[in-house]
Ligand binder design. Sequence first.
Ligand code: NAD
Length: 437
Amino acid sequence: MRITVIGCGYLGAVHAACMAQLGHEVLGIDVDQAKIDALAAGQAPFYEPGLPELLAEASATGRLRFSTDMADAADYDAHFIAVGTPQKKGENAADLRFVDAAVTELARHLKPGAVVIGKSTVPVGTARRLAELVKAAQPSAELAWNPEFLREGFAVEDTLRPDRLVYGLPTGDGGIKAKQTLDEVYTVALGNGTPLVATDYETAELVKVSANAFLATKISFINAIAEVCEATGADVTQLADAIGFDTRIGRRFLNAGLGFGGGCLPKDIRAFMARAGELGADQALTFLREVDAINLRRRSRAVDLTREILDGSLAGKRVAVLGLAFKPDSDDIRDSPALDVAGQLQMQGAEVIATDPKAIPNARRQYPELTFMESTPAAIAGADAVVLLTEWKEYRALDPAATGELVRGKAILDGRNVLDPAAWRAAGWRYRALGRP
Ligand code: NAD
């Protein structure tokens, strides 16, 4: 098929490359010239495992091209909308400026029978409104909403082999046509038996935000239990193992620690609450306010625990911060708990030396006042305390004895509950973690 992907960020760039890999003729469009230049040169504009290789392969086939000019979309059959839907400044609601601008501009160039496919995460009601806009510009065009569930760090795999496909479709012949187009785009995944839920716009939009609300709630649930564990001396990691054996509960997403962040969960649960409020259903989602609050409390708790292992004062103490990205295997620092904690430590008087395998350039732009070191040993050298905030593999594998040789004070905060407390304590460290004695 001939498809465009409009918005080439973490979602769109991966989607464009994967679609080309699957045999489609793809044009990626973005307003960011630097991003498009990098992609056109076969370079990934951000860190995502497997993306550079995929871009190289897809570019070599000649099936993947990039442009900043929406007019180039004119003779394509299907158009994915993958632009950002960030949180509005000073409010919980989603900022739909980019989606509205992209669809409005695209609508001017749609050829008869084209299908517009929304991928961005949007408040319920958006697709129905945009469908009218599309129809007004090109009456024989259709709009579908096809939410995306990829995980950064696994984006290529998740896009090539999704665990489910959801189509939000218009009613009548338009819906049949839009479904045919989507089925053709996803021929490979459907052939592999990927479950498909074909439904209306509203259900499709709500599937996405409900999934994120559920995941956020699961994380905040275990972090709330971690607070109670801290008050009693119980161990939340053993507790999570024990409850996780119940298949109705499951162990995944039950890792207590610094909580969630990134460009999706925090803003999606806030936008969900805001939209429910507009719809008069705000009571249904008041629990998400608590989910958000529990999540943010973990960050201040991490700062407090760092002060505690430094004998009650951060002032003038050298703190090595391991990890800045919101999760491992990503350079994404949007609403990153790690970066937030690093900033708070510095603000409260510590001298922060921060490191991360991939996120330093992004972190430096947001917090130029922090000191950054590329290498882990350099960041740790001479530290009064080490705080592990993003669970990159290399930090999980740190050796307590060797690390002890580098520091000035053997104090460590395990913000992600990924180290072996016994091993660190045996090597003479003062070890603290969230939700563990
Ligand atoms: P992003 O900020 O990385 O990318 C958005 C891109 O859209 C940017 O490159 C921006 O320049 C471009 N853009 C903005 N306005 C444009 C316009 N008018 N025309 C063309 N391009 C335009 O964001 P992202 O993380 O890729 O997220 C995109 C959407 O996908 C969001 O709604 C997000 O919630 C959703 N989503 C993201 C993920 C994820 O893991 N990142 C997963 C599922 C869903």
